[in-house]
Design a protein around this ligand. Structure first.
Ligand code: PMP
Length: 364
């Protein structure tokens, strides 16, 4: 493989499997023997349509998505869905447009703010008093029977908190942002009404947004919903009411095939646990580094940590870069460091980071 590649711990866009990138190179020049690259062919031509349907099927297989769920490949990122979700679902509120939010960090705060443009966006629970170091305890949730849905973020990419499993919310549909944890572990899709995720972390290229929606939730969009955000219209048109992000869909298909070759979700979940364990063990045994997240809710994808002596931050980042470890700077809203360790981050990358951190601490 390419000898100059380094270990990239960026939160997204993030590192991708080398095999996929190596295949993408030649496919840009000529794809499937067509003499034209994958970026250059019609989205409605037979080659791309096959690529699209194959990608959908691979995702259905990998996540065991039941047949009564539609899979949409859209644009606009998870931020786009923050508007699309209330537009499509809020009308299901019993006494007007309303939804409940479980606030566990930056991304659920943003989701709620956007939804509040379309109706009542209730805070049903929040861990802000706790600096978002945990998921709000389930017995504190104040859910309204009048709400159209309950919105949560499975894995808060900035704060590094993750739901251990799908919470029970009764009959009200659960809507979950899986941007940074989709395909990292087994997910019981049947527990959710809607799962959505940007592709630029565990799936591939920025631009593609995955929406997995239970069929009975289609058809309730507010009349003013732009067609591009109307899930039912998109579902009826194979997500192609306009030109889809063909390259990102192609990459997603290749990543899905790569994941199947690795052994699918059961295998990657095991490796992901092992990777996270190595870093959390290091952090918990260190006198220089600290992670503040409640151990029950620690993310296996994004591991934020702080140097107790913050004056060493710059040196940490620059020496890490010199050692071939990049993307470790924490989100600007919280500072410190963060290691994002999605599926494509190898165990070798984790070991390399762990060795660097131990050596840095020894010399500090
Ligand atoms: N939700 C989560 C959990 C995220 O991590 C991100 C991006 N980091 C977003 C939403 C926003 O995604 P996008 O930039 O694709 O709109």
């Amino acid at each position: 493989m390419f000898e100059h590649r380094i270990f990239n711990f960026a939160p997204g866009p993030a590192t991708l499997p080398e095999e996929v990138l190596a295949q993408a190179g030649p496919d840009l020049l000529s794809w499937q023997g067509l003499g034209a690259g994958v970026l250059e062919v019609s989205h409605r031509g037979p080659a791309f349509m096959q690529c699209y349907f194959d990608a959908i099927q691979h995702l259905r297989d990998l996540m065991s998505i039941p047949q009564n769920y539609k899979i949409l490949f859209l644009h606009g990122g998870a931020i786009g869905q923050n508007a699309a979700i209330p537009l499509n679902l809020m009308r299901l509120g019993k006494s007007g447009p309303q939804a409940d939010f479980i606030i566990s960090g930056l991304w659920t705060q943003k989701s709620r703010l956007e939804a509040s443009k379309f109706g009542t966006a209730r805070i049903a629970a929040s861990s802000d008093q706790n600096q978002f170091r945990q998921i709000p305890e389930r017995d504190t949730w104040d859910l309204s029977p009048d709400s159209a849905y309950v919105h949560l973020c499975d894995n808060e990419t900035v704060g590094g908190v993750e739901f251990p499993d799908a919470p029970h919310v009764g009959q009200i549909p659960l809507v979950a942002d899986f941007s940074s944890s989709i395909l990292s572990k087994s997910i019981d899709v049947s527990q959710y009404g809607v799962i959505f995720a940007g592709a630029q972390k565990n799936i591939g290229a920025a631009g593609l947004t995955i929406v997995i929606v239970r069929e009975d939730l289609l058809g309730y969009a507010m009349p003013t919903t732009p067609s591009i955000w109307d899930w039912q219209i998109q579902a009826q048109n194979d997500s192609m009411i306009n030109t889809p992000c063909t390259f990102a869909i192609y990459i997603a298909g290749e990543v899905f095939k790569w994941l199947k070759k690795q052994g699918g979700i059961p295998h990657i979940e095991k490796v992901n646990r092992q990777k996270a364990q190595i870093l959390y063990t290091l952090l918990d045994n260190s006198s220089l580094y600290v992670n503040h997240v409640d151990p029950r809710h620690r993310s296996k994808m994004n591991i934020p940590f702080f140097l107790k002596d913050e004056s060493l931050n710059e040196r940490f980042i620059s020496q890490a870069a010199a050692a071939g470890l990049i993307g470790l700077k924490g989100h600007k809203s919280v500072g410190g460091m963060r290691a994002s360790i999605y599926n494509a981050m190898s165990l070798a990358g984790i070991q390399s980071l762990a060795e660097f951190m131990q050596e840095f601490e020894r010399l500090a």
